[in-house]
Design a binder for this molecule. Structure first.
Ligand code: NAD
Length: 268
């Protein structure tokens, strides 16, 4: 039985993961971690999702670290996630982590890389199989269309509560595009007299509104034709299932930094 702690357990994703975990006979949620501001509202994860789940909720991972094998972190506080990883990496027992939280700075990503020397970590800004296939399709399209007169724009849309922009998934898409095309300049939104678009830029637009779970479109536009690759998420279940699959996968792995392409076997 794999023992899992969920950080950000009373958030949108945390709840969903706790609910879906009940469908897995080999997974047990054994702890919930929440921000000090709201941990005291709950004694157990069961109270959060209205189910019979006695896992305790705490603001301090060190209180429950012995109860868990893998921490799934969807806390909306990047510094807190790093604090959790430091504790897990320093623990004498085997631990692993799945990070769903987005919005890390480059500096924070570097620390995650360092910590992954002592801890198997899956860092995935998007845990859905469809988006990870989108990453592969974008990589392929960019490779084929590079230097053939196609302008590249990325558009994402999310619900009004999202705290970071552009989305972690859009950031990852842009990283793939930069790597494949060699284009370095990224333009976030346009306003005013911008002048003509340069061929050596990637445009990124973040739309926010309503209850949109997550949409990403990559546009390759040239004179006379346009290719658009779109993924639309209509339910958070896809991310929660991906997180639970990643937790199962990563616990048997050596220390290192992995992504969802590794979990899904999509990395050549
Ligand atoms: P949310 O705001 O609904 O939930 C975040 C939770 O984290 C809240 O309950 C908050 O109280 C808690 N939190 C804040 N500080 C904490 C701390 N110090 N320790 C523990 N918990 C703490 O947000 P959400 O929609 O669930 O999204 C959470 C994160 O996951 C965001 O960064 C979002 O972009 C990301 N996300 C990733 C994926 C993916 O597939 N990787 C999918 C959806 C969302």
């Amino acid at each position: 039985m794999l023992k899992i702690g969920i950080s950000g357990v009373s958030g949108r994703m945390g709840r969903k993961i706790a609910e879906l975990s009940l469908n897995y006979s080999d997974i047990n949620i054994t702890a919930g971690i929440e921000s000090p501001d709201c941990a005291h509202y709950y004694n157990t994860v069961g109270e959060i999702i209205n189910k019979d789940l006695s896992a305790p909720v705490t603001a301090d991972l060190s209180e429950v670290i012995d109860k868990i094998d893998v921490l799934i972190d969807f806390a909306s506080n990047q510094e807190a996630v790093l604090g959790h990883l430091r504790l897990l990496a320093a623990d004498v027992n085997k631990k692993a982590a799945v990070i769903g939280t987005t919005g890390f700075t480059q500096f924070q990503i570097e620390e995650i890389k360092q910590l992954s020397k002592d801890l198997p970590i899956v860092l995935a800004p998007n845990m859905s199989i469809g988006v990870n296939l989108l990453f592969k399709l974008v990589e392929k399209a960019a490779r084929v269309l590079k230097d053939k007169g196609f302008d590249i724009e990325v558009v994402e849309m999310h619900h009004r509560f999202k705290k970071d922009a552009p989305s972690g998934t859009a950031v990852k898409i842009v990283d793939i595009l930069k790597k494949e095309t060699g284009i370095e300049k990224v333009v976030y939104g346009r306003e005013g007299i911008t002048g003509e678009r340069s061929t050596k830029e990637i445009g990124v637009f973040a739309l926010r509104g309503g209850d949109v779970v997550g949409e990403h479109t990559v546009i390759f536009a040239s004179d006379g034709e346009r290719i658009e690759i779109t993924h639309r998420a209509t339910s958070r279940d896809i991310f929660a299932k991906g997180a639970l699959e990643a937790a199962r996968w990563v616990y048997s792995k050596e220390s290192g930094l992995y992504d969802m392409l590794d979990v899904l076997g999509l990395n050549e």
